[in-house]
Design a protein around this ligand. Structure first.
Ligand code: MRU
Ligand code: ZN
Length: 249
């Protein structure tokens, strides 16, 4: 697929006010703070991974191919969801000069438009990748990660437009999609996985990583942390021969 084109803003001031704020909770500041933390977790190493935040109609996201842990608020792109008529030709309110928007943009947009998410995190966590590799091999050979009877499962919401969190005995299910040579070509299968598993807050990408979202930055971050904990646990359980599903009731 040809790379998605985008229009540079015509405004010569480039709308710096959209990303400059003394408020640490402003999306442009938060993306930088979070990516710096995620780097130390191994989630955004070597320019991979990223984070995007939606504030009502405005979406904030990173440039492509930059060291995500070193970004500054002035590096952040901003777009208005209402202005997007053609996903192949995105219109940006603010675009830093000499950079391109993240290749993850259409995947982040799927979380915002199909699930009304307020934040979407993409990690290249080795635990996530290892789980997809384990699921790829026999006897598992499946495209769904399932685990139950682990306390950390209670860190997940029940699903889209549902109140409350999963319980200890509930089974957490995370679908797996196949990787593609270009990140943006993952969009169709990510959207299909969202349709097939309407309550999921995350999709694993085989041999690549994870997309995880939430209604708020807080929920996206804590669900990302809970998942990474569970993926690491699952890898260790597999090494010890302990099944991920148990019938304890
Ligand atoms: C290590 S390169 C990784 C990229 O190809 C991609 O998978 C990714 O997660 C980041 O894309 P980017 O366009 O830099 O935001
Ligand atoms: Zn990636």
């Amino acid at each position: 697929m040809a790379p998605t084109s985008f229009q540079e803003p015509t405004d010569t001031h480039n709308h710096d006010h959209l990303v400059k704020s003394t408020d640490s909770q402003h999306p442009a500041n938060l993306i930088c703070t979070l990516c710096e933390k995620f780097y130390h977790l191994g989630w955004v190493a070597g320019t991979g991974g990223g984070t995007s935040i939606r504030d009502n109609d405005l979406v904030y996201l990173a440039p492509s191919g930059v060291q995500k842990e070193l970004m500054k608020p002035e590096d952040i792109y901003v777009l208005s969801i209402a202005q997007q008529k053609d996903p192949k030709n995105r219109i940006y309110l603010r675009a830093p000069p000499s950079l391109k928007p993240s290749q993850c943009t259409p995947l982040f947009m799927a979380a915002f438009t199909k699930r009304n998410a307020g934040c979407c995190i993409h990690t290249h966590s080795q635990w996530a990748v290892l789980v997809t590799l384990l699921l790829e091999t026999r006897p598992l050979n499946t495209n769904i990660f399932e685990i139950n009877n682990i306390e950390q499962i209670k860190g997940f919401g029940k699903g889209f437009q549902k109140q409350g969190n999963l319980g200890y005995h509930d089974t957490l299910r995370i679908p797996v999609i196949e990787n593609t040579p270009h990140e943006e070509d993952l969009t169709e299968s990510l959207e299909t996985a969202m349709d097939e598993y309407p309550d999921t807050y995350a999709v694993l990408v085989r041999r690549h990583g994870l997309y995880v979202w939430g209604e708020t930055v807080h929920k996206a971050k804590t669900q990302a942390e809970s998942l990474d904990y569970l993926f690491q646990l699952a890898v260790e359980m597999k090494k010890l021969g302990i099944p991920w599903l148990s019938d304890i009731a």
